[in-house]
Design a protein around this ligand. Sequence first.
Ligand code: IMP
Ligand code: MG
Length: 175
Amino acid sequence: MVHDKEFEVYISYESILERTQEIADKINLDYAGKTPVFIGILNGVFMFAADLMKEIALPAEITFIKLASYQDTTSTGNIKELIGLRANIKDMDVIIIEDIIDTGETIAHVIKKLQELEPRSVEIATLLLKPEVFNKNIPLKYVGFEIPHKFVIGYGLDYNGQGRNLKDIYQIKEL
Ligand code: IMP
Ligand code: MG
């Protein structure tokens, strides 16, 4: 139980690590001879980023950004600002690391902001993808698991702030 909802184990930590190793192997091959900059999107990605980076055998850099929402007083929209991005990604090969891509709104926003800084390339590595809801024309180069449109927690992912510390990924239990 987390808050009012019941969850059950969906992807074991063992399977996560196995798949993470496969993704790292691909990245190591694809970026051989390069020095990519990995940019993790907090908070949810902290566990995946840690396990992925341990298997990256490149002279890579890793940094993290956070999306902060605030109400702009001059517009009705909910503006999301990127916090913590080092400006110097110009002409660099960027790999964005995400825990989960749902509609793709978040990743689309992050890519738009990053492109303004003129990187040489931008690719995405996401542990989870919900293909039924993803509706963006954005190529996702590294995807860990495609999952149904059901809420998941654990391994960094939260439900109203809780569940991030769980080692496995859990899926909501529907009655
Ligand atoms: P998107 O912008 O719709 O792609 O949503 C991405 C963000 O929504 C993720 O970074 C998560 O913070 C959150 N999210 C989407 N689906 C889930 C889920 O099943 N569990 C926990 N968080 C989720
Ligand atoms: Mg996230």
